[in-house]
Write a protein that binds this ligand. Structure first.
Ligand code: F6R
Length: 619
């Protein structure tokens, strides 16, 4: 949550910061601000609401920011997702100390801020916001009495508790930014004669793809020509540079009206990338030494922990691993698991699924399991993310950068990784006949092209999802139903609709409906049912009849060729045939598109839905 960016170099910094923030807006968009430093003077502009308000404010107050003798070449910026303190200009970052000489931008939470604030106020500090973050500026100012900015940040860091990353700047240190990281991400972008410091790579990708990762519990000082890393006790640390193979193109909309739509369309390529070299062998799956396969070989039990959409991918993983590898598998929501005093230890393989690799609850659940002797495997989309460091092995989803707050392509790639792991487990455990294994691998390889045809067919103004949006876009409630692997599809479909259209919706195991939610149904209720071919389809059809008996309107997602379904639904959306266990990868697409079409018909901000943030680094 919150995006931070900093720059030191030769170029005018103001627009660099604003562009950087634009790329980070997905992390929070309650308010934004920049501070730039020139000739011993720090100028700051902050604005409530979307980044555009800040851009307008900067424009309006241009004399305050840019018309200084030399354009500033050092600065910091922030886009906020509010935790402590209301959404107003005073609580927007950057925050500053009483003398207005230290400015900071902060991502995360300072847990002991009240105690620190009281202490600093007793010593004369004057606070201007309700945030926890402001305390960092005053604390650094306090420690400046005994050292330079680097030392003051180090001392301040040692006083702080919580999970955060921050970047600080001092008016008398024109070519220096000092950052620190405890849990929340911070990455250095390395250019020629310039350095960036940001929460995520897209903030500076336009300028450089050379990065240095700040590790958890480290501090960093950037100057135009150098980066210095150190531990909280002052010990210097050497850090290699990594060259990323991302380009700026991926961070742009590429002609689509939103990132979400672009990312829905990227799903065939994303899944093709994810399975590519891992399915070259016809009769099995190869991870090519990406992680130590003894992890799978020695597993006695699998526990999957994740949040939100990633949790839904985990549920599909459980069905696949249970069915194909005959493996005991538990799946839990990470925020529940971490406080459940779980029985976990040696022999258990805990798989943490996290697109961002930074979700606080998932990381905590993974760490807890590791501390108790379990082996931890991370499934993530982000190279170098914290999950990759807090695990014994990593499987990347290779979906490419996802900017839309509602996860789409990363979800289907997570599901694909679940299938790959389940097939590899089955192979190692000898639980699938070679012919069945080969058939599943073959069908997995077909998915990119089938997915492509499906998206083409469903897309566009004349598409079925637009028709459904026209008919139901103003309804007050949607129910989603499914069984077996259809259940996570229903859960994910309902989540997409909630997130971007704000329509209350619920997802239920179809067989559970009669134990309560059936009371919600009346003639007006649209009920979206995942009714793709599977061994439990007959049961699903019975549930559809129960729904229709209450007069509700059934929209079924069904497998092409199954003509009977039409008799049990008002509307049927067809998806191509594949193995029943693989159906979720296809069945989720119409649900993504229905949510999209409804949100669009309501004129909502699809890429940045209210109250959400792409990366949830607070618990
Ligand atoms: C929903 C969505 C969220 C994330 C969740 C976990 O569209 O994106 O529910 O899935 O916040 O995030 P990661 O996967 O980054 O741990």
């Amino acid at each position: 949550m919150c995006g931070i960016v900093g720059y030191v170099g030769q170029r005018p910094v103001q627009n660099l910061l604003l562009h950087g923030l634009q790329q980070l807006e997905y992390r929070g968009y309650d308010s934004a601000g920049v501070s730039v430093l020139s000739d011993g003077d720090i100028r700051s502009v902050r604005a409530v609401g979307k980044l555009q308000n800040l851009v307008d404010a900067v424009e309006e107050r241009q004399p305050a920011v840019a018309t200084i003798e030399r354009p500033a070449t050092t600065g910091i910026g922030h886009t906020r997702w509010a935790t402590h303190g209301r959404v107003n200009e005073e609580n927007a970052h950057p925050h500053f100390d009483t003398a207005d000489s230290v400015h900071v931008v902060v991502n995360g939470i300072v847990e002991n801020y009240l105690a620190l604030k009281n202490r600093l106020q007793d010593m004369g500090a004057e606070f201007t916001s309700e945030t926890d973050a402001e305390v960092i500026a005053h604390l650094i100012a306090h420690h400046l009495a005994t050292g330079d900015l680097v030392e003051a940040v180090r001392l301040a860091y040692n006083d702080l508790e919580g999970h955060f990353s921050f970047v600080a700047m001092h008016k008398d240190e024109p070519e220096l930014l000092v950052g620190a990281r405890l849990e929340c991400p911070l990455i250095v972008g390395v250019g020629d004669g310039e350095r960036f410091l940001a929460s995520a790579v897209p903030a500076f990708l336009e300028h450089t793809n050379r990065v240095q990762f700040v590790e958890n519990g480290e501090l960093v000082a950037i100057r135009p020509d150098s980066t210095t890393f150190m531990l909280p006790d002052g010990t210097p640390v050497e850090r290699e540079e990594t060259q990323l193979d991302w380009d700026q193109e991926t961070a742009q909309k590429g002609g689509f009206e939103t990132f979400m739509l672009k990312e829905i369309h990227e799903q065939p390529d994303a899944i093709a990338e994810t399975i590519a070299d891992r399915t070259v062998r016809e009769t099995g799956v190869d991870f090519g030494g990406e992680f130590d396969e003894d992890i799978l070989r020695n597993a006695k039990r699998i526990v999957i922990v994740a949040c939100g959409t990633s949790y839904h991918a985990g549920l599909i993983g459980r069905y696949a691993m249970t069915e194909w590898a005959r493996m005991p598998v538990a799946v839990d929501i990470a925020s529940e698991y971490r406080y459940s005093n779980p029985v976990v230890g040696p022999g258990d393989v805990v798989i943490g699924i996290t697109q961002s690799g930074e979700t606080a609850d998932t990381l905590a659940a993974m760490r807890l399991a590791q501390e108790q002797g379990a082996t931890v495997l991370a499934v993530t989309n982000i190279m170098g993310s914290q999950a990759t460091r807090d695990s014994d092995g990593v499987v990347y989803t290779r979906a490419g950068l996802e900017v839309g707050v509602a996860a789409t392509k990363t979800f289907i790639c997570q599901v694909a990784v679940m299938y790959l792991l389940a097939l590899r487990l089955a192979e190692l455990r000898g639980t699938l006949e070679p012919e069945r294994l080969a058939s599943l691998v073959g069908q997995l390889k077909q998915l990119p092209s089938t997915l492509s045809e499906l998206i083409e067919r469903l897309d566009g103004a004349e598409g079925q999802s637009t028709g459904i949006a026209d008919k139901h876009g103003r309804d007050n409630f949607f129910l989603f139903l499914g069984r077996h692997v259809g259940l996570p599809v229903a859960l994910e479909g309902a989540l997409k609709l909630k997130e971007i259209s704000y329509i209350p919706s619920d997802a239920y195991a179809a067989g559970e409906m009669k134990h309560g939610p059936i009371a919600l149904l009346d003639e007006k209720t649209p009920v979206i049912v995942c009714a793709t071919d599977s061994p439990v389809l007959d049961k699903v059809v019975s549930n559809m009849q129960e729904v229709r008996a209450r007069g509700a309107h059934v929209i079924a997602v069904a497998t092409e060729g199954n003509l009977d379904i039409g008799e049990h639904a008002e509307e049927v959306i067809r998806v191509p045939k594949t193995d029943w266990m693989l159906q979720p990868i296809l069945a989720i697409v119409p649900l993504q598109m229905i949510a999209y079409a409804i949100a669009r018909s309501r004129g909502l901000d699809i890429d940045q839905p209210r109250n959400l943030a792409k990366t949830v680094t607070v618990e």
